[in-house]
Design a binder for this molecule. Structure first.
Ligand code: CA
Ligand code: CA
Length: 94
């Protein structure tokens, strides 16, 4: 049986590929795919940020190699960053 962390890692990979495979490069998120992923999977973080400029900003921040798409390492950077923020809230709340 997979450990909690292994399951979380597998979940991360599965979610990425569920969205990255929708159009264009199967292994990268286009802006449209990124937006869908954020809206469906990270809606908590985007609740009050419905305008597209937010997605543009996130895309710009994540796209380290400047190819206009978000690949898996770039996506993991986003999730890691958000996880750190969550942990801070978690620590403050306890
Ligand atoms: Ca794609
Ligand atoms: Ca990129």
């Amino acid at each position: 049986m997979a450990s909690q962390l292994e399951s979380a890692m597998e979940g991360l990979i599965t979610v990425f590929h569920n969205y990255s495979g929708k159009e264009g490069d199967k292994y990268k998120l286009s802006k449209k795919e990124l937006k869908e992923l954020l809206q469906n999977e990270l809606s908590m973080f985007l609740e009050n940020q419905r305008d597209t400029s937010v997605v543009d900003g996130i895309m710009h921040d994540l796209d380290e190699n400047g190819d206009g798409e978000v690949d898996f390492p770039e996506f993991v950077t986003l999730v890691a960053g958000l996880t750190v923020v969550c942990n801070e809230f978690f620590c403050e709340a306890t």
